[in-house]
Every structure is written in C-alpha cells, then in structure tokens.
Design a protein around this ligand. Sequence first.
Ligand code: NAG
Ligand code: NAG
Ligand code: NAG
Ligand code: NAG
Ligand code: NAG
Ligand code: NAG
Ligand code: NAG
Ligand code: NAG
Ligand code: NAG
Length: 285
Amino acid sequence: MALHIFLLAVGIIQASGMMVQPEQIAKTVYLNDTTFVAYNSSTTKCRIDCADAETMLHKDFRSFQKVWMFNNTEMFSADDKTFIDSNRSLEFQVLNTEDNGAYQCCIRSTDLAYQSFVCYSTLLIVIEEMPEEGLNMTTTTEAPPSPSWNVVIENGDVLNAQPGNNYFLKIFEENATSIHCLVNEVDVKIKTSNSFPPPLYNDLLIESFNLTDHSGLYVCNGTVTIGNETSIETVSFTISQSWNDNKNADLLDAKVVAEALKSAFTVFSFFFISLFILSAVFGGF
Ligand SMILES: *[C@@H]1O[C@H](CO)[C@@H](O)[C@H](O)[C@H]1NC(C)=O
Ligand SMILES: *[C@@H]1O[C@H](CO)[C@@H](O)[C@H](O)[C@H]1NC(C)=O
Ligand SMILES: *[C@@H]1O[C@H](CO)[C@@H](O)[C@H](O)[C@H]1NC(C)=O
Ligand SMILES: *[C@@H]1O[C@H](CO)[C@@H](O)[C@H](O)[C@H]1NC(C)=O
Ligand SMILES: *[C@@H]1O[C@H](CO)[C@@H](O)[C@H](O)[C@H]1NC(C)=O
Ligand SMILES: *[C@@H]1O[C@H](CO)[C@@H](O)[C@H](O)[C@H]1NC(C)=O
Ligand SMILES: *[C@@H]1O[C@H](CO)[C@@H](O)[C@H](O)[C@H]1NC(C)=O
Ligand SMILES: *[C@@H]1O[C@H](CO)[C@@H](O)[C@H](O)[C@H]1NC(C)=O
Ligand SMILES: *[C@@H]1O[C@H](CO)[C@@H](O)[C@H](O)[C@H]1NC(C)=O
C-alpha cells in the first residue's frame, strides 16, 4: 500500500513538469471546431492556433508560457507536428484520424509566480481521405491564415521573414510614390506603392514569403515630395529567412488583411475588365 502511494506521488511529480494540472486552470475557452481531410503530404497543412485572434494580438502574447495538450492529457507524439513561432500555432505535417480530438493550448504570463492558466480548446475533426471524384473541398474549413505583419524598415535593416507569412513594409520615412526595387540587382515583380486601407503599410508587400523568391538585398527608389520639392530617395535592406523577432513590427489582424487582399484583387480585376470593355468599345470604331 505504502509503495503504491509512493509510486503515485512520483508519477504526479513527473507529470507536473510537462502538464497543466486541472486546479491550475482558471478557465477554458472553447474555440470553433476545425475540420480537415487526412493527408500524408499536402501543401495546405492543418494548423491550430493557440488562442483566438484577439488574444494572439496581445503585445505580450509571444512571451506567455504556452503548454499544448491533447484531450486534456499530456502532449502526444510531436514527430509529425511542428510548433510554429514559440508555440503560437501547431502544424500537422501528417494528418490522420488518430489526430481527432481536442487540442488545448494553455497560456499564462510568467511575470508572477503561481499564475493560473487560461486554456483554449479546439476540436479537430479529421475526415478520411475521400476518393478522388468524391473530394469536395467545401466540406473542409481552411487552415487559419499565416500571420501578417506591419514592419517599419530603415536603411540597412534586416527583415526576419518566415515562410508563408505576409509583410506590409514601410520603407520611406515620408510618403513616397512610384516605388521601384531591385532584388539582388534583378528587376523582379513585387507589389510596391500599394493602396491598402490603414493600418496596413503600403510601400511594399511581401506576400506569402518564400525563401527563393523573396530573400536577398533590396534596393528601392521612391519619389518623395516635400513642399514644392520632388526628389528620388533610395533605401536598401535585406530580407532573410529567420525565426528572430523584428523590431518595429506589429502583428496584424488576420481579418483586416484578408479583406484588404481580397478587395485589392477585386479592384485589380475590375480595372482589367474595364480596360477590356473600353478597348472592345473603342476597338469597334
Ligand atoms: C466561429 O464561427 C462563427 C461562425 O462561422 C464566426 O462568426 C466566429 O467569428 C468564429 N469565431 C472565431 C473565434 O473564429
Ligand atoms: C498515408 O500513408 C499510409 C501508409 O503509407 C497509407 O496507408 C494511407 O492511405 C495514406 N493516407 C493518405 C491520406 O494519403
Ligand atoms: C512548446 O510546447 C511543448 C509542448 O507543450 C513544450 O514541450 C515546449 O517546451 C514548448 N516550447 C516553447 C518554446 O514554449
Ligand atoms: C480524443 O478525444 C476524441 C473526442 O473526444 C476521441 O474521439 C479520440 O479517440 C481521443 N483520442 C485519444 C488518442 O484519446
Ligand atoms: C460539394 O458539396 C456541396 C454542399 O454539400 C454541394 O452543393 C456541391 O454540389 C458539392 N460539389 C461537388 C463537386 O460535389
Ligand atoms: C501621407 O499621406 C497620408 C494619406 O495620404 C496623409 O494623411 C499624411 O499626412 C501624409 N504624410 C506626410 C508626411 O506627408
Ligand atoms: C534608382 O535611381 C538611380 C538614379 O536616380 C538609378 O541609377 C537606379 O538604377 C535606380 N534604382 C532602382 C532600383 O530603380
Ligand atoms: C518558392 O517559389 C518557387 C517559384 O515561385 C517555387 O518553385 C518553390 O517551390 C517555392 N518554395 C516553397 C518553399 O514554397
Ligand atoms: C512653391 O512654388 C510656388 C510657385 O512656384 C511658390 O510661390 C512658393 O513659394 C513655393 N513654396 C515653397 C515652400 O517653396
């Protein structure tokens, strides 16, 4: 009997190193369910965010302690899973029906000792892969979008970028127009002098960062008008793939970004459709 109690005590002590005990949880917030089709390799990976968008925007969120659990017990095999950005998201490299269940991300500020945790629980429903012709994408909900950042870049800075993330950059101190950049001395197609609504920065957009496409030395010219004077200014900086933090960076609300990118695209196609109609009309004469 005594031995049993002893073993039990040891077990609890060992588990508490990794696991959040029920009495340490102040409250559990239930987030929306996520449904995803099973995969072995997929370009769109299933990703579960630690908390709701608003909480993740909290300026101290990055520094919070985050403990992930599955079905209210200790964390599972992490072999085929990746923790992204200091545990703010969990990404599945392989997904199968055994991954079905509730994922809890428990967070707390580490400022004070013995703070209790707030846990966010997301139910993941994995659907067996369907035969090719039965595949109906409308039954899957998209993985949460990649993080997007507003970043102020100064001459000589390095932007630490992570694959898939979006970066809205402000590179000129004043309002600059006709921005044109060379990347590694090559004239590549990048989105400059954009007109996204505030708070998004418009000088340059790196959409879905990709190491081969976007990393390197950027040299950008912009036309700056102060009073009556117009001049061309040049700013150079580097973009590299790195998990380090950026200074002067603000995480953007995913909804705001999605709206902005969507409407920018609509305006863009509208412009071309209008051009097409105009040329059709005038071409007729
Ligand atoms: C949960 O889903 C509802 C309905 O689709 C949506 O309005 C709401 O914003 C979602 N909540 C979160 C935290 O994503
Ligand atoms: C994944 O691989 C396993 C074993 O290789 C196979 O049995 C299974 O059907 C595959 N599943 C998918 C979704 O491709
Ligand atoms: C991320 O979460 C796992 C599982 O809870 C934990 O083992 C790991 O230490 C955490 N890493 C960070 C950087 O918080
Ligand atoms: C986790 O919980 C879900 C839903 O309650 C259940 O279907 C699943 O079998 C559980 N998984 C494990 C490994 O316990
Ligand atoms: C997909 O499912 C929706 C609703 O369940 C249905 O309206 C649609 O026709 C389906 N599409 C295909 C290609 O089966
Ligand atoms: C830049 O442009 C914005 C909007 O067009 C304007 O509100 C702001 O005053 C301008 N800033 C400078 C420094 O000219
Ligand atoms: C910037 O302007 C200078 C001269 O004004 C020009 O030599 C250079 O090629 C321009 N660079 C870019 C990236 O447009
Ligand atoms: C990056 O983009 C290139 C070309 O656009 C593509 O071939 C490559 O697979 C992409 N890399 C990643 C990691 O997505
Ligand atoms: C701008 O130009 C106008 C007309 O050329 C002139 O009257 C005015 O003084 C100029 N202002 C400045 C700030 O140079």
